[in-house]
Design a protein around this ligand. Structure first.
Ligand SMILES: NC(=O)c1ccc[n+]([C@@H]2O[C@H](COP(=O)([O-])OP(=O)(O)OC[C@H]3O[C@@H](n4cnc5c(N)ncnc54)[C@H](O)[C@@H]3O)[C@@H](O)[C@H]2O)c1
Length: 354
């Protein structure tokens, strides 16, 4: 675990109440753990139904949060009550899977658009010092195939915060709408905000979701662990900027307090592009004899790119510290040491056929 306590700016959070929507999820629970370590009082609002098997204990939400509220970000009274007691808000709750949002656009709209509006209505009317909205690099679109923006280096896109945004999935479109709405509603008010655009998050205790094509580290590690081949959509030539969840959590809590980040949008990525095939190779190195199989590109799956990290350095004073090979070593070690980490559905006949 990265020592989140070592940055003196985080002393501003000592004793502060921080509402973390989606604090029961992978990223939210890591944010909550780091907030607790710097002396803050994290309060979680979450539906706790993102995974079809129990992860709440494994994510240790109840261990680190001062209060855990089971509820929906669309519940106006609950959100108002929680925001009214908060010094800071991290809005991370979302229907957070590209494929699921494509299958169920109305659910994506409800959670990511309606839910964000409910949070903004409460925050705009409050004494909250800063809202951090969790967005996604998916707003950039399709990587090297995207017209009209960004820098293409060696055929791979480097995504910069000020370039045009061309989302190609329902999920990305909801995040883009929410970003704009944060700026429109909080810009020029007394409530500061920061928007963080995460690239591809991985790291223990991440577990896959059924029917997803995201989160390839757990998918591939669990496939290899159970003796299955590693699927390479589109041959695995698309690239991702893989950023460890501990680094993601640290960047997010810095975005709550970094003065220069107020009113700004900041990429949270490593600046390193890694092909999906390379990620598979790093995992397969732990499981000799693992086979690869090429599969078609799913709808909404971008060719990808990597983060321009200059703003993260300049505005947050953040840089990642977990190298991908080390992060994958950690994940595989965790997987091998954690009984029950592989969900039952993962080895059920339907999942095996997929
Ligand atoms: N994991 C990634 O690679 C990645 C990349 C970019 C952005 N993000 C964003 O990071 C945030 C956290 O994602 P994650 O990877 O931890 O996913 P996750 O599914 O583990 O966490 C999301 C949490 O939000 C909760 N939630 C969903 N809808 C809700 C609602 N209507 N009311 C209350 N709670 C609700 C879920 O129960 C879940 O616990 C999301 O906003 C996601 O879009 C993630």
């Amino acid at each position: 675990m990265i020592d989140a306590c070592s940055d003196p700016r985080l002393r501003f959070l000592d004793g502060a109440t921080v509402l973390v929507t989606g604090g029961g999820g992978l990223v939210g629970s890591r944010i909550v753990a780091q907030l607790a370590r710097v002396g803050a009082r994290p309060v979680v609002l979450d539906r706790f139904d993102a995974y079809p098997h129990p992860v709440r204990d494994r994510f240790e939400v109840d261990r680190h949060a001062a209060q855990v509220v089971l509820g929906d970000v669309r519940e106006r009274a609950t959100v108002r009550w929680l925001v009214g007691r908060a010094d800071f808000v991290v809005h991370a709750a979302a229907y957070a899977d590209v494929a699921a949002c494509t299958r169920r656009p109305s659910t994506a709209f409800a959670a990511n658009v309606h839910g964000t509006q409910t949070v903004l209505d409460a925050v705009a009317d409050s004494a909250v010092k800063r809202l951090v909205f969790v967005s996604s690099a998916s707003v950039y679109g399709d990587g090297a195939r995207t017209e009209g923006g960004g820098t293409v280096i060696g055929g791979i896109s480097r995504f910069s915060e000020e370039q045009p945004l061309t989302p190609i999935s329902v999920y990305a479109n909801t995040k883009l709408w929410a970003e704009h709405q944060v700026r429109l509603m909080l810009g020029g008010t007394g409530t500061a905000y920061s928007i963080v655009r995460y690239f591809s998050v991985y790291g223990e205790p991440q577990v896959p979701k059924p029917g997803s094509h995201s989160w390839m580290v757990p998918w591939m590690a669990m496939s290899a662990e159970t003796g299955r081949p590693l699927r390479l959509n589109g041959g695995g030539h698309q690239v991702r900027d893989m950023v460890h969840v501990d680094d993601i959590a640290r960047a997010t809590i810095l975005a709550l307090v970094a003065e220069a980040a107020a009113g700004q949008t900041v990429n949270v990525g490593t600046g390193v592009a890694t092909s999906v095939r390379r990620i598979a190779e790093l995992i397969a190195a732990h499981y000799p004899g693992t086979a690869f199989v090429d599969t078609p590109m799913p709808e909404g799956d971008p060719r990808g790119g990597f983060a321009d990290t200059r703003r993260a350095g300049d505005l947050l004073g953040w840089q990642p510290v977990v190298a991908l090979a080390d992060g994958i070593n950690r994940y595989v070690a965790w997987l091998k040491a954690t009984p029950g980490a592989i969900p039952d559905w993962f080895t059920a006949p339907a999942a095996l056929a997929a």
